[in-house]
Design a protein. Sequence first.
Length: 273
Amino acid sequence: MIEALARLFPHYAFWLVTGITDATNGHVAPDNAQTFPERLYQQSDGASQYFRKSLVLFRRLFEESGVNLEDDHQRMYAAERTRPLAHWHDSPLVDAAYRISQSREYSELGEIWESREKYRADDLKRIWPTSPDDRPWVQRAKDAKEQGLSFPILGVDPRTAHQDHCDLYYVPRGPCPTRFALSVLNTSPAELTGEELERLRTWLKQLQDDDLSVFFQYLEHHGIDRELIFPWEPGTIRFAWLGMAESEIERFVNYVQKLRSSRSRETYPARAG
């Protein structure tokens, strides 16, 4: 099903499989999909043409090679490169690939690529201008405002109304740290509240993907020696994807509690007898 959808909508294929986009290279998401970290939905006609022409040529490769597309074993064998000794050997498809490369249809692929790259520079100027004022519609809006003209748009989302439809990234109106950044990344360990420390402890127990790398950055940002939390043990190899051991989490929590106690004593010095 994914393969069929990707062939039908090749500009959505990357998003379908990964959940993220690469909009400047033509890999976008449908308008009704919330994307992140990129937010650009604008399709590239040049990229779409290139994807579709490539799909046509790819299918022609198998057809002209006489591969039975209904036979999974035969199809996989035909598409596999091998390395019997020191060098890679191309698959049985390579002979047909060279024959097709002499066709007019194949040369058109190069022409589409050149056309795509020609307009790519203009697209990048719109997506990533030297200044936001360089965008033509921004200047037209300014001219209209100076002339006393206005064009109200009904139903606009106030949370995103400040963004341009060609913005590649999310552009916050002002400082708006995430809950994690507010309570952890931008807060020194000594200033964490008891509630924040418990939230952090829970987060450390449920680390996913690159969360541990984020935690390492947090330690580095606040000048905490990583070996205080992750002491080096001879003969032991530690893998980040395994998350944190309970002992490491408790070591960090105890460290923070000591910092908080020390800061409390500095803030409220004992009175002289």
